[in-house]
Ligand binder design. Structure first.
Ligand SMILES: *[C@@H]1O[C@H](CO)[C@@H](O)[C@H](O)[C@H]1NC(C)=O
Ligand SMILES: *[C@@H]1O[C@H](CO)[C@@H](O)[C@H](O)[C@H]1NC(C)=O
Ligand SMILES: *[C@@H]1O[C@H](CO)[C@@H](O)[C@H](O)[C@H]1NC(C)=O
Length: 197
């Protein structure tokens, strides 16, 4: 084998998700496409589904995310809003064999594999919603092997529960304003009764 051919083979090994055995690079944040020269994603539907532990989310409440399907080795997981390609929110404590990937200027904006060890439905990812967000979806690239992967695997839409929470807070503070007045009224009535007695 001549040096040139050997060079190309080495190059392919280095440019191929599981060409990134240590995780997807930041250049994959937006299109979530592994840089395998000439290797196309598998056609959808993927054998994978993304399962958040809630269909709604609220600022500060973590969401657990599991990817169900056959065992997988490579992953790139982000939360996104609408057609915006920006990774939003913050991932927490990557499960074993995975790590953070800095996306959209956020050090914890995405999760990718840290090695090619098997991941499965026991691999639980935890996402913290941002302070403000519209509805979101989780989007993943999932690789079974270097040459077998699916892109744009999506969860169903999670709706922001912040709106509801805000109006609840308004209610609560209204209650808080009303309550002392009621107590005062009761006290006054009691005094009136006392005076009348
Ligand atoms: C989802 O999991 C997180 C983290 O354990 C938990 O804080 C949250 O309450 C769970 N949500 C639901 C709806 O069970
Ligand atoms: C998931 O993979 C891990 C590591 O290979 C293994 O120990 C565990 O039993 C698997 N869990 C399931 C539910 O397949
Ligand atoms: C997890 O994967 C194992 C092995 O493929 C399967 O038997 C089990 O039903 C799965 N659990 C869930 C919650 O999908």
């Amino acid at each position: 084998m001549d040096a040139g051919f050997f060079g190309i083979v080495i190059l392919q090994v280095f440019t191929s998700v599981l060409s990134y055995p240590n995780g997807a690079p930041t250049s994959a944040c937006v299109d979530m496409m592994p840089r395998h020269a000439g290797i196309k994603p598998q056609p959808n539907p993927a054998p994978y589904t993304i399962h958040p532990n809630s269909t709604t989310f609220q600022t500060g409440t973590p969401i657990k995310v599991v990817i169900k399907g056959p065992d997988y080795r490579g992953v790139l997981l982000e939360a996104r809003s609408g057609s915006d390609s920006k990774a939003i929110g913050t991932w927490q404590m990557p499960p074993s064999d995975t790590k953070f990937l800095a996306c959209s200027g956020n050090q914890q904006g995405a999760i990718t594999h840290a090695n090619t060890n098997i991941k499965n439905n026991s691999t639980v990812y935890t996402w913290i919603p941002p302070a403000t967000a519209k509805n979101i979806v989780f989007m993943a690239t999932v690789a079974q092997q270097r040459t077998v992967f699916w892109v744009h695997v999506m969860s169903s839409t999670l709706t922001s529960g912040n709106g509801g929470e805000t109006s609840l807070e308004v209610h609560n503070s209204a209650d808080r304003i009303v309550t002392p007045d009621l107590i005062l009224l009761v006290v006054l009535l009691a005094n009136v009764q006392y005076l009348l007695a």
